[in-house]
Design a protein. Structure first.
Length: 423
């Protein structure tokens, strides 16, 4: 079993593949031969009402027009009460396939509970194949609570003297990710420091009970959404050194199998569920956010994927402690669907770590112990390992995190530091 895990990890690092032009299925449907795909690069699609916050929506066409094309989009019913669209109509220049527009929460109407809206095309010989849903929160950032959740919040107030309510909604953050470098691919050779910013959408988890508040980071956890998606691409479809080579390799096989390449339109979202608030005393508490056990690859039924040939449940890696980022990535969803449908190629590739799953490449080693054991003098690389910790100070209105993180092409851990602050 350890040999299989080793082979899977090795394959994810050294497999070579060719980057081919895999276009969307552009066969005319109902007389329409140009399709429109909407996406948000960092996956953050939540805005606070009346805040002036904006989101950029990327527009991609399935085929390049021979002349400039203007696309008019509108919000679904009620959306214009809270949001405005800038950059309409979207102009796609002849010979290109991309454009963008912005959505801004600049209306004066404030909802009493969160609202969701998507987009419609208002004309033209195109159809909308992939949409985006925008969530609008009340101006106080509050998320609608169930009666049971309200009872739990009152119970924690009585028992611990804390109010979790201000921590529900969009919370601003600042942070850094120190990267040690010494990777094999060009983007990962040199050490660097990545700035983390923006906000994270917090919600009360269903795992909460009278003794333990549990929070979920629903969007942009730790401010790392952009970093995680960019790194995933750099390790796969944007990697011309190892993964996306010209004409051979298992990477090419996967890309052709699921129609995935550097130009395919994908959706990416990441969350971090299950932050347990423990050891609550004097207005302070510990935030537990590390998961332990076997890092299984789960199917849509919530059970580990089983490979009968090797008589084993598949795991992403051999780590037994990790930061449990939860990914929703369209390319991986396609591969998983093939695996669950019994496609032998999809299962074989997955078994050997040739995967579109973000967790195959992001967060690959234990975090509760320093398995890299970098010797700074001997290795010439900074040892950035730090034991993961999280703390919330209800009096000061801050939540702080520090933890190690690595991906499939670096030597040693990165060190992540994040501070959340209430307004």
């Amino acid at each position: 079993m350890n040999a299989i895990k080793y082979l899977a990890a090795a394959a994810s690092l050294i497999c070579a593949s060719a980057l081919v032009s895999c276009e969307k299925d552009d066969a005319p449907e109902n007389g329409i031969d140009t399709h429109v795909y909407l996406s948000v690069a960092d996956g953050n699609t939540t805005l606070t009402a009346c805040s002036g916050e904006s989101i950029t929506v990327d527009v991609t066409l399935s085929t390049a027009p021979s002349a400039d094309l203007k696309l008019s989009l509108a919000l679904t019913e009620g959306g214009s009460d809270y949001l405005s669209l800038d950059g309409m109509p979207v102009t796609i220049a002849a010979g290109t396939t991309t454009g963008s527009f912005t959505v801004t929460a600049d209306r004066n109407l404030d909802p009493t509970e969160q609202q969701t809206f998507s987009f419609v095309l208002t004309g033209g010989a195109t159809d909308l194949k992939e949409n985006v849903t925008i969530t609008v929160l009340p101006s106080d950032g509050a998320i609608a609570l169930t009666p049971n959740q309200k009872l739990l919040i009152e119970a924690w107030k009585s028992k611990y003297g804390i109010d979790i309510t201000p921590w529900l909604g969009n919370i601003s953050l600042t942070g850094t990710l120190q990267f040690p470098g010494d990777g094999s691919r060009d983007p990962f050779v040199a050490p660097s420091t990545v700035s983390l910013a923006g906000s994270t959408l917090f919600a009360l988890s269903e795992e909460s009970d009278e003794n333990t508040p549990v929070l979920d980071m629903k969007e942009n956890p730790m401010g790392m959404s952009d970093y995680l998606y960019k790194t995933l691409r750099q390790l796969t479809v944007d990697d011309r050194e190892y993964f996306a080579l010209e004409d051979d390799g298992q990477g090419l096989e996967l890309m052709e199998l699921i129609n995935w390449n550097a130009n395919s339109t994908e959706t990416f979202a990441v969350s971090l569920p299950g932050l347990r608030i423990t050891s609550i005393a004097n207005g302070k508490a510990t935030v537990e956010f590390v998961k332990t056990g076997e890092n299984y690859i789960y199917g849509s039924n919530g059970k580990p994927i089983f490979n009968a040939e090797y008589d084993m449940d598949l795991t992403y890696n051999w780590a037994t402690s990790w930061i449990p980022f939860k990914y929703d990535f369209s390319a991986w969803n396609r591969q998983l669907s093939l695996v669950e449908a019994g496609n032998p190629t999809a299962l074989e590739l997955l078994t050997y770590g040739v995967s579109a799953a973000p967790a195959t490449y992001l967060g690959v080693n234990d975090v509760l112990e320093d398995v890299w054991e970098v010797d700074e003098d001997e290795d010439g690389v900074a040892n950035l390992y730090v034991y993961p910790r999280g703390e919330i100070d209800f009096n000061a209105g801050t939540m702080t995190f520090e933890f190690p993180f690595d991906h499939a092409d670096q030597y040693g851990y990165s060190r992540v530091k994040v501070v959340y602050s209430l307004k």
